[in-house]
Design a protein around this ligand. Sequence first.
Ligand SMILES: [Zn+2]
Length: 554
Amino acid sequence: MIADIALIDGTVLTLDADGREAEALSARDGRIATVGSTDEVLDDVGPETAVVDLDGRAALPGFIDTHLHVPMGGARMVHVNCRSPPNESIADVQERIRERAEGTPDGEWIVCSGYNLGLVWEAEDRHIDRWDIDEVAPDNPVQINSVGGHTGSIYNSAALARAGIDRDTPDPEPPATIERDADGRPSGLVSEEAEIPLHEAIPDETRADRRANVERAIDRLLEWGVTTAHEANTTPEDLRIYQELEREGELPLRLGTMIQGDAGEDLGEEGIDLLSRLAETGVRTGFGSDRLFVVGVKYFMDGAFTGRTAAMRDPYEGEPVPEDSPQYDGVLHIDPEYFAERVERAVEAGLRVCVHGQGDLAMDHILDAYEAVLDPDEDHRFRIEHAGLTRPEHLERMADLGVCVSSSISFLGADVSRNWVYWGDERMDWTYAVAALQEHGIPTAGNGDWPVATGDPRVGLRTAVTRETVTGEVVGPDQRVAVEDALRLYGPDAAYLGFNEDEKGTIEPGKLADVTVLSADPRAVEPAEITDLDVEYTVVDGEVVYDAERGHVY
Ligand SMILES: [Zn+2]
């Protein structure tokens, strides 16, 4: 047998059930052929074989990220970056907007992302406002989106003028807000329903823009070593774009899609819900190819911790808000009874539910619905996305039911973790409880919900091992795991969440030849330095699609 590709003279972490290691591997026709010593693999090398000398570097099963947002990730890449780090002050954010405004024609919108409305800047002890933005971008309407959403955006004067918002605009119905200064002038922060006229003033993204965002996002994922991504809220338009890319041979990684579910509020004139429509078409979980396949149907139980809208059993800590505020103890985005009906309908339709759940109250509702409907003896693999706060009793229930978790472990190690002053220490101990999830035998994968946090699996790996936040504190140290166990989150256990464990997630003969090559063995470096490892090659189907030296090569 002559291989198409051989990777030799390195460390191959197979992540197989026995934790085997090797020096080399070969692949043919998109499948792993030989895993063994360099000498064994050299037997497969012929004149046509592409030989990659690993030179001591580490080959791992290609990273599988089980929850991210492809078009949104690509869109954010071209927004002005308002994250912190790198920004440490209002002045830093102003500088970035100034730079963008200089290269943007007058009158054109400038969109900025990643601003953290959860905490004020230490340098100025306040948020950026319309006048700060006016100083650096007087001739462009500017929108600053907040990280994670749900808490409004900040606009400059040109933007507010386009939407007709001024001091005479009446205050909206709560929870929507138009924040005002002491003189009653809108300060720029607008939220919820009050933001609609502003959203309408921003020109719609064209289909070409959307496809470009998808392509940009995919290139970034390859740079991060991701070979399979689960897109966590796929619209019909997006699914068409992915199919188009696959047909054109322009889909260099594998994409699982969670079809965007409904919340029961807008079922159209016929009142037919999404699952009923899907059931009629016969589309089931797994439908598609090994490049593009249906992962399940996506629902949202509650809000996000960044906007302190995750549904909690107990109120948030920190800055007090009225009891009727969504930020008092969070919000539910779907009626738990309607959700339970969806779960039942999904089982009938052969579609797996993936539900966003963050707070401990959301976990209660999700598990109530799952318990009422799911047969624990069936191989259903119904999922909970994020699983921000799981209590010990939730873990028991998940284990008994066979529920899987896609844990947003990267949130802890990313800038969004700064919001966690609102959780308090006791809850922090049970956030993204990877060690406890694994100890209970709950299939657990990792994610960063990109672009909410990063989609770089190295951040998830480092955070699972260190539990260190960007501000340097260690959160819930009992939940730290060994590097080998962290790797499962993006390897075999992530493959299990895609129903793909027979095809990928480990390096074994016969499996799809998806491999990520890192500059060193992640077990051989200090845990804090896992994010310093370079992704050297990303291999999908036995083909190098990203090479650190040559860039994207598909
Ligand atoms: Zn998400």
